[in-house]
Design a protein around this ligand. Structure first.
Ligand code: SF4
Length: 210
């Protein structure tokens, strides 16, 4: 028995089960993470959930995910022991009008209770410390604020080189969320297609290349 190989296999199996089951997608449910990036990714994953595995196709992606999960688990335990926090609570809010009948859902990494208000904090473990917050992460925090009716929210990056954080003061409106669902920009951010793990399954990408 090759023990290191068995260990790697066990870790890979676990990571796959986490990525595929983490956000079970349903047609009328929109996760904050899906509304914070190109929504075509969600459309493809609704049809083919198994493609989520492509996000950890390469060894360095698996390693990044493993580090992220470990940092997460550890920080959650530290914070739970010392502060009034909830870890990954599921939050949801419906949007029902003449056109839409959907639920927006999110699981902020940490929600702090401060003076009776709920404050979401998103913890990320990027491989490098970005000097500016990534727009998709800022968007995620803004959607958590909208879900929790929070006065503010925070985004924190932890890496082996140090940590950085930003208070996310901007708000997203129900109208903006409706627009992202009804009239989505695909891609949502510049350069997203080039980095996209699903481009070989995306009709928009194929059309752009023609
Ligand atoms: S290739 Fe571009 S348009 Fe297609 S899913 Fe990826 S980010 Fe979206």
């Amino acid at each position: 028995m090759n023990i290191p190989e068995e260990i790697i296999k066990a870790i890979e199996k676990h990571l796959e089960s986490v990525v595929v089951k983490e956000k079970p997608r349903e047609p009328n449910v929109f996760w904050a993470v899906d509304l914070s990036r190109c929504i075509q990714i969600r459309n493809i994953l609704i049809e083919r959930p198994e493609l989520e595995k492509l996000f950890i196709e390469k060894e360095k992606e698996k390693a990044r995910m493993l580090t992220g999960l470990a940092v997460h688990k550890y920080l959650s335990e530290v914070l739970k022991a010392r502060m009034d926090v909830e870890v990954e609570p599921r939050c949801e809010r419906p949007i029902r009008d003449g056109i839409l009948n959907v639920k927006v859902v999110g699981k902020p990494d940490i929600v702090l209770r401060v003076d009776g208000r709920l404050i979401p904090v998103e913890l990320k473990a990027p491989t490098r410390l970005y000097s500016l917050p990534r727009p998709e992460h800022v968007s995620q925090v803004m959607i958590y604020k909208w879900l929790l009716d929070a006065p503010t929210g925070f985004l924190m990056y932890f890496s082996h080189r140090g940590w950085k954080w930003w208070e996310i003061t901007g708000f997203i409106t129900t109208d903006e969320i409706r627009k992202r669902i009804l009239f989505p920009k695909m891609p949502l951010w510049p350069g997203e297609c080039e980095r996209c793990k699903l481009k070989r399954y995306c009709p928009k990408w194929s059309a752009r290349r023609r």
